[in-house]
Design a protein around this ligand. Structure first.
Ligand SMILES: NC(=O)c1ccc[n+]([C@@H]2O[C@H](COP(=O)([O-])OP(=O)(O)OC[C@H]3O[C@@H](n4cnc5c(N)ncnc54)[C@H](O)[C@@H]3O)[C@@H](O)[C@H]2O)c1
Length: 323
């Protein structure tokens, strides 16, 4: 397959590229490297250092290659930053994605896979969260993703470009060989932050210990980035099989509290990890767990890796990050 990957120099995109770079596929990455790393892109993968908002360049790339599918990871993805700077989220995510979607649609692309997020659900009404739950996003990042989903629906109607929007819960873990990994700056995610604290590289804060959960800390659903990559591959297979569009949750279907993450990390890092409880963050729901039945039914996908694999591979990377 010929695959165009946006954001392929970032955390999840680079793992997907590595997963698909197996000799069977021809992969092209576009990334403006605003939050990604050129070293994360394999040498045999064609790379264009451009932004998704650069319409004319996109058109020329799309029209000079006969891509079977576009897989769109490129975005800004920090909830807190989006509250402080909504403008850059609407500009980069919404306007950028609009340019990309339009360029793909007018170039005759018929298959599109999109990185969406569980944060579109806002404060969930039921746990686990199924795709039936009405999305009420509560921050500009999540709103930007929901707008893009709705644009995709419109371009499906107008241009017959089918899409699968994958609503990830918490992507975590790294490549099993330790050759690529998660290097966000600043790092907003709990698992790398816990492990960076274990290595003495960062102070760890746990936000809130009075949630209505068994140990008082938030519960989240973590899914290994290699499992996510496989789910994207299976989404492309589904698009190849059916002329239909879908919205599908990707998670593990189980939740771990912040303190459980800390304990498993202590076991893996073989050290006590110091931390401080701090105030709850605004807009952090107590529990987010995915209902992953739809992914199992439609994609025939279930995560293979558990929390130990997630933390072990994240630790492997963080002890010796290459970028
Ligand atoms: N990390 C998670 O847990 C998580 C959860 C839900 C959804 N997502 C979504 O998954 C996708 C990937 O997330 P990630 O954690 O790998 O993020 P990341 O920041 O590591 O990767 C994003 C990549 O996109 C690139 N990029 C950003 N704006 C661009 C633009 N205008 N043009 C070209 N390239 C651009 C960045 O340089 C970076 O390489 C994002 O769309 C994010 O919203 C991530």
């Amino acid at each position: 397959m010929k695959i165009l990957v946006t954001g392929g120099a970032g955390y999840i995109g680079s793992h997907f590229v590595k997963f698909m770079n197996n000799g069977d596929n021809e992969i092209t990455v576009i990334d403006n490297l605003s939050r990604g790393y050129k070293q994360a892109i394999p040498k045999n993968v064609k790379f264009f250092h451009i932004g998704i908002e650069e319409y004319d360049k996109l058109i020329s790339i799309l029209q000079n290659n006969n891509f079977d599918v576009v897989v769109h990871f490129a975005a800004y993805a920090y909830v807190g930053e989006s509250v402080e700077k909504p403008d850059i989220y609407y500009e980069n995510n919404v306007i950028g994605s609009y340019k990309l979607i339009k360029a793909a649609a007018v170039s005759g692309i018929k298959k599109f896979v999109f990185s969406s997020t569980c944060s579109v659900y806002g404060n969930p009404v039921n746990i686990p969260i199924s795709e039936e739950q009405y999305p009420i996003p509560i921050n500009p990042y999540a709103k930007s993703k929901l707008i893009i989903e709705s644009m995709l629906k419109d371009f499906e109607s107008s241009h017959g470009m089918n899409y699968i929007s994958l609503r990830y819960f918490n992507a975590a873990g790294c490549d099993f060989e330790g050759s690529i990994g998660e290097s966000h700056n600043p790092e907003p995610h709990l698992i790398p932050n816990v492990l960076l604290a274990s290595l003495g590289k960062k102070k760890l804060y746990i936000y809130g210990n009075d949630y209505p959960t068994p140990d008082g800390t938030c519960i989240r659903d973590y899914v290994h980035v290699v499992d996510l990559s496989e789910a994207h591959y299976k989404a492309i297979k589904l698009l190849n099989k059916e002329n239909k569009s879908y919205i599908i949750n990707l998670g593990s279907g189980r939740g771990y509290s912040n303190l459980e993450i800390l304990r498993v990390s202590e076991e893996i890092a073989k050290t006590r990890i110091p931390f401080t409880f701090s105030e709850r963050r605004k807009g952090d729901p107590a529990i987010l767990i995915a209902d992953i039945k739809k992914a199992a039914e439609l994609l025939n996908w279930k995560p293979k890796y558990n929390l130990y694999d997630i933390i072990t591979t994240a630790y492997l990377w963080l002890k010796n990050p290459k970028y």
